[in-house]
Design a protein around this ligand. Structure first.
Ligand code: NAD
Length: 496
């Protein structure tokens, strides 16, 4: 069985405390991951601090060159990367390849660092006075990541943090930790000096050690809302810059004029791709008007029933298992609560079994109609292959349902009417909005981020906002020639 160890500097480090790793398709234990704590974080910070000194003064073009090499290596090894992802997460090979492609976008954007970090210069802001401002790295920064994108989410953070001149400590999810060590290997192959990227595995103990360590200047977190809120509060309390992206409840409005086949297909991909374990998955379809709702459910039900569920090794599968037995049972419980609270289970995936993979963490596609705010199945993030239908009688009701939801990651509208689409994009209180695009995850050169309880700290992740998050501004005002003698000036300097 494999053992996934910490990587600090160029050394692999083992710890006695371990946690099991599973293949969700078989349900079998395939290895262990080391669980770090204060001692490992202390060592990682000391190593990163030392590496950060030289790295921060390495010419930015050289730092960017690592990204160009990394891009080539990732492209050449994408199949192997996808297999590593799927073996511990359970998503299909095709879906895992998509994860690699989206991660590549961030690497490509980071390769433009010489331009992104150029700074600004103003000549003669007053007689013989010039002002220059640019951005400096923070030093040692850390990232804490969730299970659902074990390769992409760490790469939402690492390329931008290190290309800006910081050293990085990654604490990945303990559920699928091998992708993190593979990321380290890829960066090493690309020429990243030892100590600039360090991996410390573990759970709460390693997270707390990161949050409390005075040597870490900033923390990027992606995960569930309760932990995001906790990380944000504890990290800020110790003076860190913190961005903490949390959970979601993403709605898709279907207007009466929408192409319903197109909308139903979009809902299938957005609701059930990656078994619904995406923070941008659509979990609530909001048809406007009963005619739209009836027609939509009629189109969705056979599609959900016909979903091809299978192990990650099955190239025909559209959806794999969920991450763990515990998670499957939690989702099953939520579906039951929906029925008890008056919703209608139109398609029930709870009894799915998979021949030859009987112990896998299976759950079939589930469609729940007549869902309303106040029901547990609506109020909680399910994070599984469950699509709820919340019927509304008007467009206004749909918009206010979404805007009143405490989560505000993504939302979408399907319509052929430009006025409605424009109104929706301006009024809906959500961070990322799609018009006839069900999963509006921004490309790598825009930034990603939700609002309200989907994101704490207000900083978008990757893209231009990452440059700001991982650097701080320095402005230098210079007066030449020194021969000028103005005499002592006691009033506030105005440059006039
Ligand atoms: P999680 O919150 O359980 O774990 C995230 C990280 O926090 C992991 O590294 C984990 O080890 C650590 N952690 C867990 N419990 C902790 C505790 N008590 N104290 C300190 N650290 C702790 O999330 P998950 O189950 O791995 O991932 C799924 C969640 O992530 C979903 O809610 C999903 O919506 C969210 N997510 C959000 C985004 C986004 O961009 N907003 C992206 C991906 C996933």
């Amino acid at each position: 069985m494999k053992k996934v160890c910490h990587i600090i500097g160029s050394q692999e480090l083992s710890t006695e405390a371990i946690s099991p790793i599973y293949d969700p398709s078989t349900g079998h234990e395939t290895g262990h991951v080391c669980l770090g704590g204060e001692k490992e974080i202390e060592l990682a910070v000391a190593t990163a601090q030392e590496a950060a000194i030289e790295w921060a003064t390495t010419p930015v073009a050289k730092r960017a060159a690592i990204m160009f090499s990394l891009r080539e290596i990732m492209l050449a090894r994408q199949n192997e990367i996808a297999l590593t992802i799927s073996s511990e997460h359970g998503k299909t090979h095709e879906d895992a390849l998509g994860e690699v492609t989206r991660a590549l976008e961030v690497v490509e954007f980071a390769a433009g660092a010489p331009h992104l970090l150029k700074g600004a210069f103003s000549r003669t802001v007053a007689a013989n006075v010039d002002t220059a401002s640019d951005r400096e790295p923070l030093g040692v920064v850390a990232g804490i990541t969730p299970f659902n994108f074990p390769f992409m989410v760490p790469l939402w953070m690492i390329p931008m943090a290190i290309v800006c001149g910081n050293a990085f400590i990654l604490k990945p999810s303990e559920k699928d930790p091998s992708s993190a060590n593979l990321i380290h290997a890829l960066f090493k192959e690309a020429g990243l000096p030892p100590g600039v990227l360090n991996i410390v595995h573990g759970g709460k103990a390693s997270v707390d050690a990161i949050l409390d360590h005075a040597g870490i200047a900033a923390v990027s977190f992606v995960g569930s809302t309760p932990i995001a809120e906790y990380v944000y509060a504890r990290g800020c309390a110790t003076g860190k810059r913190v961005q903490a992206l949390g959970g979601a409840k993403n709605h898709m409005v279907i207007m009466p004029d929408a192409d319903l086949d197109q909308a139903a297909d979009a809902l299938m991909g957005a609701g059930f791709g990656s078994a619904g374990e995406r923070c941008m998955a659509i979990s609530v379809a909001v048809p406007v008007g009963d005619d739209t709702a009836n027609a939509l459910v009629e189109k969705l039900a056979p599609r959900v029933r016909g979903l091809k569920v299978g192990p990650s090794t099955d190239n025909e599968a559209e959806m794999g298992p969920v991450i763990s037995k515990l998670h499957r049972d939690r989702i099953g419980g939520l579906i039951t609560s929906g029925a008890q609270e008056g919703a209608r289970i139109a398609v029930d995936g709870r009894d799915l079994t998979m021949q030859g993979f009987e112990e896998g963490f299976w759950l079939g596609g589930t469609l729940i109609d007549d869902v309303k705010p106040g029901m547990q199945v609506y109020d909680e993030e399910i994070f599984g292959p469950v699509l709820c239908v919340a019927r509304t009688q008007s467009y206004e009701e749909a918009v206010s349902m979404i805007s009143n939801n405490p989560y505000a990651n993504g939302s979408a509208i399907f319509t052929r009417d430009g006025d409605t689409a424009r109104d929706f994009t301006s009024r809906v209180k959500v961070g990322m909005v799609g018009v006839n695009v069900p999963i509006p995850v921004p490309v790598g050169y825009h930034s990603f981020g939700g609002w309200k309880r989907s994101s704490f700290g207000g900083h978008g992740i990757y893209g231009p906002e990452a440059v700001h998050f991982y650097t701080r501004l320095k402005t230098v005002t210079t007066r030449w020639p020194t021969a000028i003698r103005a005499g002592a000036e006691f009033q506030f300097p105005t440059m006039k």
